[in-house]
Design a protein around this ligand. Sequence first.
Ligand SMILES: [Fe+2]
Ligand SMILES: [Fe+2]
Length: 229
Amino acid sequence: MNSAVSNDDAHVPFRDQLVGNIAATIPGATAVFRASRIDFCCGGDVVLGEAARGLDVAALEASLHELRSGVAAAAPGPTDALVNYILRRYHETHRRELVELVRLARKVEAVHREHPDVPRGLADEFEGLRLELHEHMQKEEEILFPRMLAGGDIPISDPIARMREEHRHHGARLLRLEELAHDFEAPGDACRSWCALYAGAAKVVDDVREHIHLENNVLFPRFGGSCEV
Ligand SMILES: [Fe+2]
Ligand SMILES: [Fe+2]
């Protein structure tokens, strides 16, 4: 049954909202739906409770609530807790969401190649961001963070300086992404996939900026690295 439920009311349970509307308005929701094999595009005109019949609907709703609230836990104070927070909240999330964004961007670019506002080249830019973040985060996980947590006398000012330099490259790429995709404002005739792409893209860009801020301005200064704006 296709209930004509508006997605405007945040108090409407997700199970009673249309899958396509959830995908278009909750950044990151498409990754949740894909993981559960829920069709949010061509089959988006059914409510979640129906689309997810046979699945754990409560668990799906919990994931969507978490996305909507931005997992808004404050960054913890002690360094080991802060590093764990960065790994869980940003490294894991970037890896999961960027794969999904590249896939969505390729689809939108292919399906709407004749549209004057199509974000041509967006998938390649996101793939570039995904690859450079993958390498960057691996260095933090395997070299920098273990040294920070081990304490001792191994100097880490050089790796911190390299990470700051790589953050500047990420920042430049985020600006290119925003320019290419018109600040992620979808045209009036955009389909659900296009809206979902821009909602997810805006969320990832915000996340990467928060992530860099937390490292540059909170974590690194604990080890002698100066603050940066
Ligand atoms: Fe990081
Ligand atoms: Fe970093």
